[in-house]
Design a protein around this ligand. Structure first.
Ligand code: PXL
Length: 279
């Protein structure tokens, strides 16, 4: 069985990071090992939150895995709490890198033109460095603007702009970059990618939904990771991840009692399992 290591925080309530990655990757039939970076009462989009920093535990945990010769088929990193954690993650990646395993970085740090609470440009610059060693990175347009030091353009850009931006991202070092939340026309939203190894652009769009939920980036990245670990190519994995994210959003909209802080991705599992032919 494949084993993925995912490194990000546990937000106890709020459906993001590990509480999204763990169930979603498991649903692909893949073992999910976790390295929690912090424990929060809830994610930082709420008014207040507690934050137990686990930075000092991270290296010791990885040491034990190395002693046991534990290996990972993929490493997927998401929200990280500090520059120090980014450095530790870079080190863990070096230590567990094999010829075959793949490294997916979601530089989860910003959305809608703004950095999340507690982050600054220096953090974004370190995250950009972490992305250099990745096989696949999955930033949204806000994260792209902070990593490339370019203005954030919410809409009205054209396909050339996205292609040039993707090229700039892979020129920094990542093999493949996939920008999420791309829209050229009001009725469609999706992901646009560039595989620099094969010099190939790819895209996948679905209907634009007039809603915005917290945690959709984590749902997308987790599904992409699961599909990639199942051996799907990056293009197929992008389609699976976009479809699963959209289905999760549709299920959330169908739930009259839905909240603002997370998507009902659980209700989209039957769809995913059917689509993957896992039944
Ligand atoms: O969804 C990204 C994310 C992950 N973890 C924490 C967050 C956020 C976004 O706000 O606050 C703690």
């Amino acid at each position: 069985m494949n084993r993925i290591l995912t490194i990000q925080d546990i937000s106890c309530v709020g459906k993001c990071s590990l509480t999204v990655a763990l169930p979603i990757i498991s649903a692909f039939g893949i073992e999910t090992a976790v390295l929690p970076t912090a424990v929060l009462s809830n994610h930082t989009a709420f008014k207040g939150f507690t934050f137990r920093d686990l930075t000092d535990d991270m290296t010791g945990i990885a040491d034990k895995w190395q002693e046991e010769n534990i290996t990972f088929d993929a490493i997927y990193t998401g929200y990280l709490g500090s520059i120090k954690q980014i450095d530790i993650v870079a080190d863990i990646f070096r230590r567990f890198k094999t010829e075959k395993n793949i490294y997916i970085v979601d530089p989860a740090m910003a959305d809608n033109g703004k950095l999340y609470k507690g982050f600054d440009q220096a953090f974004a610059d370190e995250m950009a460095k972490l992305c250099k060693n990745a096989d696949i990175i999955v930033p949204n347009l806000t994260e792209v603007s902070f990593m490339l030091h370019t203005p954030y353009i919410a809409e009205g850009y054209d396909e050339n702009y996205i292609k040039e931006t993707l090229k700039k991202l892979t020129d920094m070092g990542a093999k493949t970059a996939i920008i999420t939340g791309v829209t050229f026309e009001k009725s469609k939203l999706g992901a646009y990618g560039y595989d620099s190894v094969n010099d190939k652009y790819f895209q996948y769009f679905r209907e634009y939904l007039p809603v915005s939920f917290h945690g959709t980036g984590d749902v997308f990245a987790s599904a992409l990771c699961g599909a990639t670990a199942l051996g799907k190519n990056t293009e197929e994995s992008t389609e699976i991840a976009v479809d699963f994210t959209v289905e999760s959003m549709i299920k959330t909209m169908e739930n009259k009692n839905h909240n603002w802080y997370g998507v009902d991705f659980e209700a989209a599992f039957p769809y995913l399992i059917k689509k993957l032919g896992l039944l």
